[in-house]
Design a protein around this ligand. Structure first.
Ligand code: PAF
Length: 277
């Protein structure tokens, strides 16, 4: 496994890389969810490239960029075990040199849900992912279904800007009790960790009601919200039952629906989702 920090150095290596090249972009502090992406990339490609870059432009003024968890040594050991070929670990100056002034904006699907609560977040994500795609030049790129809106935004960017690669969605990896794996889970104290299960419980309730024939989206939103509100440590940012392509809120579920939520447990903001249908 080679660790590369500069785009120029990577480009030289890229010329001799066996195709296809599978790419997993990450912000590090890897958990089983990330490793599932790497494993799928390993199974489907001749070369596997993973990037580790904590992207400053996707953090808002209230998000604590400096406090974002980091452990590069552990990350590298885990990636080596998974058979990663190249780790791309650029500095902030490498990705955003002085005078940087070009941005990628994806309209409409970024207005809602995470986009509404985190202004500028998806501009930062789309820009860094476009830069990483241009630098790494992969045939396939792997993203977790847990960040459902991010996945939709990236697919839209790839299609709208005619980027020549396939975006692969990988199912959410959960702890045995159902909590979706996230680097942010490390912020939870033991009581908050228990309280955080309310996200999975609410999604499971939606799944159960839907399985029994409930198709009224507002009823699902209400039932999930009522369940979450019973947990004193939980504060809802949003509970959504939306069209999985446009992300517009549904009144009636006719085909598939993306059920998603953002809930703050103490100071930690968690997101999760499932697809119905
Ligand atoms: O999902 C993430 O970890 C980040 O948003 C990504 C895609 C690596 C871009 O910084």
């Amino acid at each position: 496994m080679k660790v590369v920090t500069e785009i120029g150095e990577y480009r030289k290596l890229r010329k001799g890389m066996p195709s296809p090249v599978g790419f997993v972009p990450t912000m590090g502090y890897l958990h089983q969810g990330h490793l599932a992406l790497v494993q799928q990339a390993r199974a489907e490609n001749k070369t596997v490239v993973v990037s580790i870059f904590v992207n400053p432009t996707q953090f808002g003024p209230k998000d604590d960029l400096a406090a974002y968890p980091r452990d590069p040594e552990r990350d590298l050991a885990l990636l080596e075990k998974e058979g990663t070929d190249i780790v791309f670990m650029p500095s902030a100056e490498e990705m955003y040199p002085e005078g940087f002034s070009s941005w990628v904006e994806v309209d409409k699907v970024t207005d809602r849900l995470e986009g509404a609560f985190r202004p500028g977040h998806f501009r930062g994500v789309a820009t860094i992912v476009a830069k990483l795609f241009n630098s790494v030049q992969p045939h396939r790129a792997y993203f977790g279904q847990k960040d459902a809106q991010q996945l939709i935004v990236i697919k839209k960017m790839v299609s709208d800007l005619n980027m020549d690669l396939e975006v692969v969605a990988v199912p959410t990896v959960r702890d045995p009790d159902g909590l979706a794996m996230s680097s942010r889970n490390t912020y939870l104290d033991p009581e908050e960790r228990k309280a955080a299960l309310v996200l999975w419980n609410a999604l499971s309730l939606a799944q159960e009601l839907w399985s029994k024939g409930e198709r009224n989206a507002e009823r699902l939103r209400q039932e999930m919200s009522a369940l979450i509100q019973k947990e004193p440590r939980a504060k809802i940012d949003y509970v959504s039952v939306a069209d999985p392509d446009s992300l517009e809120e549904l009144s009636q579920i006719e085909g598939t629906a993306l059920v998603s939520m953002a809930v703050r447990i103490g100071k930690t903001r968690l997101i999760d989702n499932i697809t119905l249908g």
